[in-house]
Design a protein around this ligand. Structure first.
Ligand code: ZN
Ligand code: ZN
Length: 476
């Protein structure tokens, strides 16, 4: 068997380029004198090769290195000023991103920088997966970006991250401080080519899109949906925090917010380049990606062209951002929406709430809803794709049945049906009545039913297995 010591230096050097992380590199160097000598002879190129493996994309290394260098400068600065007056700290914080990407790459990596690169790599990779899933190929939760697209995405994301670090709003504003830094911030873009700037803006837009998704997924019915600009200014919390929120389904709050964060500076720079809003909008929409899979795909039910926005087997987890549990319950038929005890049971069962939100499985719920057999036309199929409006229609038709079945599975008592079913008005103001009878059923008496409309044609199902309706004069 050939020992490491017998291998040529070139071969050992080649082996180094396959090392996945800096811990393994440190261990490998200690294994033999030959290996140590090869490393000593070419430390810079070997460390660079490992750094490229760590971040998973060699073209993004300059942007990634510039980010970690600035972050460590910022850390050093914060430590030096620790204990000083907080206002003062904010005022003297470095506001320049430092050396260019080329210069950042030329200087050797320190251990601290390498550690930070190792921490950032998986964050940007996970963001790429989600970006690809939401913008390129809905059928795959893992990235299907081409090598070139991936390089553009990763570089853009590291650059936007750097922007957040350099120009994120300070914790405290000075009273006499102008709060519009767009001109100062616009200088940030001077280091980049115009195509790169559109890529950075698309990465920024994607981060704002994730912030908006989390807000929708949490779905606090007491709060109105904020405008798009609010999500954009909140994205100053940075890509890593936003990814954490997306995975946990939570909403981190920035220490301070700046109106028009990033976008005002970007627009100001675009004006200096004499690029009008229409051209900017078109180029932004096409940034990073050269091809979108199934761009012209249609909804199986209504045939509307919805492309990447279609929902199906692989994208049900994303539905929550548009249709959280509180919005789902609002799709119950008749007066059920105003049945407080039913609503509370539903939200509890589907784990609605900030801390336990992520535990509810949308894919499982949609599978079970698709399995409900009341569809002779075969409009609803697990392997087909649907637009959001049609998914809402499906929920109007079937959610109440799914919920009735789930209550049985959870061991809740099977109650006798109220004659007035989901049209009962008493359940909306008499708690005792609401919890004594089942209202997840079609009305047998009373006002004209406000039934959910079937997908097409007559309703094919009959609920033959329900217990006999209870006599309750309180209805309607
Ligand atoms: Zn549709
Ligand atoms: Zn009733």
């Amino acid at each position: 068997m050939t020992a490491f010591s017998d291998l040529s230096h070139d071969l050992v050097d080649r082996i180094f380029t396959y090392v996945r992380d800096f811990g393994t590199l440190a261990a490998l160097i200690r294994t033999s004198k030959t290996i140590y000598e090869v490393f000593e002879a070419r430390p810079k190129s070997i460390v660079r090769a490992v750094a490229e493996n760590v971040i998973g994309n060699c073209d993004a290394l300059p942007a990634a290195t510039r980010l970690v260098r600035f972050q460590l400068t910022l850390n050093k600065y914060t430590v030096e000023y620790e204990g000083d007056d907080a206002d003062d700290t904010d005022n003297q914080r470095p506001k320049d991103p430092g050396p260019t990407e080329e210069d950042a790459l030329r200087a050797p990596l320190t251990r601290a920088e390498a550690n930070l690169l190792e921490w950032h790599g998986p964050v940007v990779q996970e963001l790429e997966d989600i970006f690809s899933w939401r913008n390129k190929d809905r059928a795959s939760p893992k990235s299907t970006l081409t090598l070139a697209e991936s390089s553009r995405f990763c570089s853009a994301m590291y650059r936007f991250w750097l922007y957040c670090e350099v120009h994120g709003p300070p914790e405290y504003w000075e009273d006499d401080e102008p709060q519009d830094f767009s001109q100062e911030c616009a200088n940030f873009f001077k280091a980049y080519m115009v195509d790169d700037i559109f890529d950075i803006a698309r990465a920024a837009d994607f981060i704002a899109d994730l912030v908006a998704w989390c807000d929708g997924a949490l779905g606090d019915p007491a709060l109105a949906t904020p405008p798009k600009d609010w999500f954009r200014c909140k994205s100053s919390i940075g890509p890593s925090t936003v990814l954490g929120d997306f995975k946990k389904i939570s909403a981190s709050q920035p220490e301070n917010a700046e109106e028009g964060f990033f976008w005002r500076a970007y627009e100001s720079h675009m004006r200096t380049l004499k690029l009008g809003p229409k051209v900017c909008k078109e180029r932004l929409a096409k940034a990073i990606l050269t091809e979108v899979v199934g761009q012209h795909d249609t909804c199986f039910r209504c045939h509307a062209v919805q492309g990447i926005n279609l929902y199906g087997a692989t994208t049900w987890p994303l539905l929550r951002g548009q249709l959280c549990q509180t919005k789902l319950f609002a799709l119950m038929p008749g007066n059920l929406v105003r049945n407080v005890s039913e609503n509370q049971q539903f939200l509890l069962s589907t784990h609605w709430g900030v801390f336990i939100g992520s535990q509810f499985d949308y894919t499982k719920m949609m599978d079970e809803i698709m399995d409900i057999l009341d569809d002779q036309e075969h409009i609803w199929q697990k392997d087909k794709w649907y637009c959001f409006q049609c998914v809402e229609q499906l929920m109007k038709e079937r959610l109440w049945r799914w919920w009735r079945e789930r209550k049985v599975q959870e061991g809740k008592p099977v109650l006798p049906n109220c004659w007035y079913g989901w049209n009962c008005r008493t359940m909306t103001h008499r708690q005792q009545h609401a919890s004594r009878l089942n209202h997840l059923c079609k009305p047998m008496r009373g006002d004209g039913p406000t039934q959910p409309q079937p997908a097409s044609g007559p309703t094919a199902h009959t609920l033959v297995l329900l217990p006999a309706p209870a006599t309750d004069t309180a209805g309607a």
